[in-house]
Design a protein around this ligand. Sequence first.
Ligand SMILES: Nc1ncnc2c1ncn2[C@@H]1O[C@H](COP(=O)(O)OP(=O)(O)OP(=O)(O)O)[C@@H](O)[C@H]1O
Ligand SMILES: [Mg+2]
Length: 235
Amino acid sequence: MGLLTVEDLVVGYSAADEILKGVALTVEPGEIVSIIGPNGAGKSTLLKAIAGLLKPSRGAICLKGEAIHGRAPQEVSRLGVAFVPQEQNIFPTMSVRENLEMGGYIDAAGSKRRIETIFARFPILAEKRRHAARTLSGGQRQILAMAMALMVEPTLLLLDEPSAGLSPLAAEALFQSVIAINKEGVSIAMVEQNANEALAVATRAYILVDGRNSRSGPAATLAADPDIRRVFLGG
Ligand SMILES: Nc1ncnc2c1ncn2[C@@H]1O[C@H](COP(=O)(O)OP(=O)(O)OP(=O)(O)O)[C@@H](O)[C@H]1O
Ligand SMILES: [Mg+2]
């Protein structure tokens, strides 16, 4: 049984609206699954639906076999799914430490111990703990956003374009952090604009086009496919 199974998902931003027109997605325990596709394909919409921010009009989202669609975002979070949105994923005027406290608001008591673990895991955040988050570099902000999500000790981490706007070097460091988090036992579903990197890091991948599944399979197989190389990977 998959950790996460999404079947025939139809979601939009108003009742009659269909942005996702019957999408399927599976994340097995321990996997990194990348979701790629053109702008406007519905990648962010898919993650928002899984996180409980949008209500599907059809289909199912199950975590360890239990239906989670229709539940409130806080409840989905409590069940072990953490979401890092594409934009505005940190509180810029608050300190790094305060940002982490916000991430752990569900369990204030466990939050102190968890912050220490995160400081050990991401030394740059420890070093900058008293600095306002807006003073961090782009890459450091993305690390902070992921660290906030890890405050709830999720089993599944949803990342929406973690490398957006980063230099190649900072993006590489970010992907290494994603791999390290995964190795520590967190399964990951990641939307990425950087298709080459997304396929290099992932176990499996899905290509979404216009609200529907296009291709999917082992990331290495997709990365070697000439048609996919031409359309999504720049040759
Ligand atoms: N809040 C919203 N209200 C109405 N329509 C929206 C909203 N957010 C997104 N959409 C529409 O849903 C469609 C899919 O958007 P979505 O953000 O999921 O795409 P995406 O694949 O993440 O694109 P990108 O690569 O640009 O981030 C687009 O046509 C977009 O205009
Ligand atoms: Mg998006």
